[in-house]
Design a protein around this ligand. Structure first.
Ligand code: COA
Length: 188
C-alpha cells in the first residue's frame, strides 16, 4: 500500500532503503527513547528485511513504512501500524522523523494519515501508542492526531540501563477527528 498526503508519500520499505534508513537512525536523538539503537548495519538490514517479508503475509498485520518528502522523494522518516489483535480490531503505531525536519508538523501529518488508513482500510476500532514520559514531542504528536491519554505505564521499558515510564494514548474509530483529512491510498 501507499498513502499520499499533502507533503509526503508513505510507502512500504524496499531493500534499497537500507543505507539511508541506517544513516538516519544512527542519530542518537532518534533512538534516545527507543528500546533499539544504536543499530549495527546488520540490525537495520534485518529489520528492513523483516518488514519486507511482512508485506507478503496473509492476512497482513504489520504495515511498516518509510516516509518520503513528496517534493524531493527523499526518505525523511518512518511510520508503522501493527495489528495486535484481529478480533478486537486493535493496533499500535510508532514513528520517527529525521532530526533536521523536526517541528514542521510532519509526524502529525503522517500519524493522522496512518490512523485514517487504519480505520478506513484495515477496519480497526482502536489504535494506541506509548511514548516515554520523557518524550513530550511524541506525546504532543499523538494528541494532535486525536489520541487521548489513558494512563501511565510505570517502568514500562528498560532502555540502556534504566527503567522508563510510558504514557499510553489511544483513539477509537468513532471519535477520530480527522476522517475527512485528504489522503490518497493506493493498494498494491
Ligand atoms: C517525536 C517526533 C516524531 C516528532 O516529530 P515532528 O515532525 O517534529 O512532530 P510535529 O512537528 O508534528 O509535532 C511536534 C510537536 O511537539 C512539540 N514539542 C517539541 N518538543 C517539545 C518539548 N520538548 N516539549 C513539549 N512539546 C514539544 C512541538 O512544539 C509540536 O507541537 P505544536 O505543533 O503544538 O507546537 C520526532 O521528534 C522524532 O522522530 N523523535 C525521535 C523518535 C521518537 O521519539 N519517536 C516516537 C517514539 S514514541
Amino acid at each position: 500500500m501507499e498513502i499520499t498526503t499533502r507533503r509526503m508519500r508513505i510507502r512500504g520499505y524496499q531493500t534499497q532503503d537500507i543505507p539511508t534508513i541506517h544513516q538516519l537512525v544512527e542519530e542518537p536523538e532518534i533512538y534516545r527513547h527507543q528500546i533499539w539503537g544504536p543499530n549495527s548495519l546488520a540490525a537495520t538490514t534485518q529489520f528492513v528485511e523483516l518488514c519486507i517479508t511482512n508485506q507478503r503475509a496473509s492476512p497482513r498485520t504489520h504495515f511498516e513504512n518509510v516516509v518520503e518528502d513528496l517534493a524531493t522523494g527523499e526518505v525523511i522518516g518512518a511510520i508503522g501500524i501493527r495489528i495486535q489483535d484481529q478480533k478486537a480490531r486493535k493496533a499500535d503505531i510508532g514513528y520517527w522523523i529525521c532530526k533536521d525536519r523536526w517541528g514542521e508538523g510532519l509526524a502529525t501529518e503522517a500519524t493522522r494519515a496512518v490512523l485514517k488508513f487504519g480505520f478506513t482500510q484495515l477496519n480497526l476500532n482502536r489504535v494506541w501508542a506509548t511514548a516515554s514520559t520523557k518524550n513530550p514531542a511524541s506525546i504532543r504528536v499523538l494528541e494532535k492526531a486525536g489520541m487521548l491519554k489513558e494512563g501511565m505505564l510505570r517502568s514500562d521499558l528498560f532502555i540502556r540501563g534504566e527503567y522508563r515510564d510510558s504514557q499510553l494514548l489511544a483513539v477509537l474509530k468513532n471519535e477520530f477527528p480527522f476522517m475527512d483529512e485528504p489522503i490518497k491510498v493506493i493498494s498494491k
